[in-house]
Design a protein around this ligand. Structure first.
Ligand code: ATP
Length: 223
């Protein structure tokens, strides 16, 4: 579903890792891990088509428009932008074929699912960090995209929010969607039994998260 061929990425013309060759199957869940500044978010942006690679290429076997959904880190959201929470979430309907009444029903249900119904008329500037994160995830959960790229989806969420997130991740997997998420929460990922991709200057390593946990001492800092 996602293939990287000799991929190099980075800022200011400086590649962050040696060339990466990678194949992620449809329906897979991959956690991108690595220390601060190693290049995880930058990799996700290249996969999402938001940044160009320095070398090599990424092939995503779905249309980039509508086939791929990207969850940014919330510091990239302009909180002064004059829209209400419900309008932000509704952006998930972009390219949807649902009619007006179906959209209204689905929006209401999604706001309820994420505990946001009472906040739907609130401006973005008036939301807490966790509320904004839930809204961004609610927007993502309205899309039909087959590829979901999530940059630190756990950020700012409380226990209830985390439970909702992982319930959705499970559902998206059952629906056969391909998920790539950036995380620093290795212990949490180990419990989900997911695949990892360690981003490091010396080279990227792909292995189950439990293996990274087991070899933490030998590998040094991995998240
Ligand atoms: N717009 C930019 N201009 C210049 N350098 C940048 C830019 N964006 C990122 N970088 C640099 O590229 C490197 C990788 O950044 P990136 O955000 O991908 O790291 P990360 O692994 O996601 O880090 P973190 O765990 O801290 O979120 C860092 O050294 C960062 O300073």
């Amino acid at each position: 579903m996602i293939e990287c061929h000799g991929l190099q990425w980075g800022a200011g013309g400086r590649a962050l890792t040696p060339p990466l060759d990678l194949q992620l199957a449809a329906g897979s869940l991959t956690a991108v891990i690595g220390s601060n500044g190693s290049g995880k978010s930058s990799l996700l942006k290249v996969m999402a088509g938001l940044d160009r690679p320095l070398a090599g290429r990424v092939d995503v076997n779905v249309p980039l428009l509508g086939g791929v959904s990207y969850l940014p880190q919330q510091q990239h959201v302009d909180r002064q932008f004059p829209i209400r929470l419900a309008e932000l979430v509704s952006a998930g309907f972009w390219r949807s074929r649902l009619g007006r009444s179906e959209r209204q029903a689905r929006l209401r249900q999604t706001l309820m699912d994420w505990g946001l119904l009472d906040l739907q008329t609130q401006g973005l500037h008036a939301l807490s960090g966790g509320e904004l994160q839930r809204a961004l995830l609610a927007r993502l959960s309205l899309t039909d995209a087959q590829v979901l790229l999530l940059d630190e989806p756990e950020a700012a969420l409380d226990d209830v929010g985390l439970r909702l997130l992982w319930q959705h991740v499970e559902r998206w997997q059952q629906e056969g969607r391909t998920l790539v998420l950036v995380s620093h929460n290795l212990a949490g990922l180990e419990r989900k039994n997911c695949e990892g991709l360690l981003i490091a200057r010396s080279g990227c390593i792909r292995a189950p998260i439990r293996q990274f946990m087991a070899e933490r001492q030998r590998l040094g800092q991995v998240a």
